[in-house]
Design a protein around this ligand. Structure first.
Ligand SMILES: *[C@@H]1O[C@H](CO)[C@@H](O)[C@H](O)[C@H]1NC(C)=O
Ligand SMILES: *[C@@H]1O[C@H](CO)[C@@H](O)[C@H](O)[C@H]1NC(C)=O
Ligand SMILES: *[C@@H]1O[C@H](CO)[C@@H](O)[C@H](O)[C@H]1NC(C)=O
Ligand SMILES: *[C@@H]1O[C@H](CO)[C@@H](O)[C@H](O)[C@H]1NC(C)=O
Ligand SMILES: *[C@@H]1O[C@H](CO)[C@@H](O)[C@H](O)[C@H]1NC(C)=O
Ligand SMILES: *[C@@H]1O[C@H](CO)[C@@H](O)[C@H](O)[C@H]1NC(C)=O
Ligand SMILES: *[C@@H]1O[C@H](CO)[C@@H](O)[C@H](O)[C@H]1NC(C)=O
Length: 327
């Protein structure tokens, strides 16, 4: 009898909770608009008007108390069209991801500017064109911004340095031109991991970047000239520096490397001078200094002899293990 009663209670509760739709009706309407905009794609097949978007829909997530949509993550599949303005009508969104979709084109949707609660914005591996919009600097809660692997052009807006909480900035693998903004030496609060590789950036690396302690900085495969020594320094906590395939031209002899540096690639530049002996004290996991204009003996000790000759070859006159003996 008792069990019968209990199961009755449970099943009533269950059906009650099943019948009560959590999904906010405004948010649901917007999501269905987005689905329609993309032509009812298979990828969004779980978005059905007669099911609860907080319970039954993939790619979205509701806040557990307000039940408003806080996350929209559309990833890996066939989706065709531009990102619709309707994404700007999900006012509680904290995470917005469109990534690795077959045919998403057009500019970065201006309505994203309305999403002031966004902390994670990832629009990567699409076919986006146009510029990196300055309005992104108004999304003050952003901790992660990834626009990599697109066809974005124009210069990098200096206002991005106004983002106080940015932990990572990925603008790599686009067609960005112009120079690295001077303002990237003025990040306040957190200093983001900076990925600008595979673009067409020109000019010198701003000296102001020397004021920052980047954990990761990747400037490889651009057209940067001049000095990069400001990126280093004993007291920095920098772990990874990638500068390969630029036209950098400076004397390495006096550079002091961060004591925790793990990965360094300066290959394919015009860097001259010699390898500083201090480099034997760095816990390097990978190193590439090939295709530069370095000279002199490779200091003996630390990790420096654990790399093969391809780490050092094609320089002006480097010598010693793992290259030929010095004369
Ligand atoms: C995407 O479309 C192509 C061709 O129309 C098809 O072969 C492929 O399986 C689709 N991929 C997914 C993830 O649905
Ligand atoms: C971008 O578009 C080109 C052709 O327009 C296509 O070949 C390429 O695969 C697309 N890239 C992505 C990531 O969809
Ligand atoms: C590095 O830190 C040490 C100890 O904190 C300090 O004495 C030294 O001046 C610093 N060196 C540089 C180049 O900032
Ligand atoms: C390199 O360091 C030496 C000794 O600390 C100093 O005399 C010299 O001026 C420095 N050279 C450069 C190019 O900074
Ligand atoms: C690089 O700097 C070192 C130290 O200041 C100096 O002795 C050397 O001559 C410089 N090398 C070149 C090629 O200018
Ligand atoms: C590099 O090392 C390989 C294998 O140890 C050797 O065959 C090759 O001749 C070396 N090349 C140079 C430039 O020292
Ligand atoms: C360094 O770069 C050169 C040229 O790109 C490449 O051939 C070599 O394999 C690289 N070495 C290492 C250790 O990554």
């Amino acid at each position: 009898m008792k069990t019968l009663f209990l199961s009755l209670v449970i099943s009533t509760l269950l059906s009650l909770s099943l019948s009560k739709e959590l999904c906010n009706s405004h948010d649901k309407k917007v999501l269905l608009q987005i689905k329609k905009h993309f032509g009812d794609p298979y990828l969004l097949a779980s978005w059905k008007s007669d099911t609860d978007c907080c319970k039954a829909w993939y790619q979205v997530e509701c806040d557990s108390t307000s039940n408003r949509i806080i996350s929209l993550t559309i990833f890996a599949g066939n989706l065709s069209g531009q990102i619709p303005a309707a994404v700007g009508d999900l006012p509680y969104l904290q995470t917005l991801v469109f990534r690795k979709l077959t045919d998403v084109t057009g500019p970065i949707q201006p309505a994203i500017a309305k999403l002031v609660h966004l902390n994670f914005l990832r629009l990567d591996r699409l076919n986006l064109t146009g510029t990196v919009p300055g309005f992104l600097s108004k999304l003050k809660k952003l901790t992660f911004l990834d626009l990599s692997f697109n066809g974005l052009s124009g210069s990098i807006p200096s206002s991005l340095a106004l983002l106080p909480n940015l932990g990572a900035l990925h603008l790599d693998r686009n067609r960005l031109t112009g120079s690295i903004p001077e303002s990237f030496g003025t990040f306040k609060g957190s200093v983001p991991d900076l990925y600008l590789s595979h673009n067409q950036l020109t000019g010198e690396i701003p000296a102001s970047l020397g004021n920052m302690d980047f954990s990761v900085i990747d400037l490889s495969r651009n057209k940067l000239v001049g000095d990069a020594s400001m990126l280093f320094g004993l007291n920095k906590t920098t772990r990874n520096v990638y500068l390969s395939r630029n036209i950098l031209n400076f004397n390495l002899s006096n550079v002091t490397f961060p004591s925790g540096l793990e990965n360094l690639d300066i290959s394919h530049n015009k860097i001259f001078g010699s390898i500083p002996p201090q480099m034997t004290q760095i816990p390097l996991q990978s190193l590439n200094m090939s295709y530069n204009r370095l000279c002199g003996q490779i200091p003996v000790g630390g990790k420096l002899q654990s790399f093969d000759n391809f780490t050092y070859f094609h320089n002006r006159c480097l010598c010693g293990v793992p290259l030929e003996n010095c004369k």
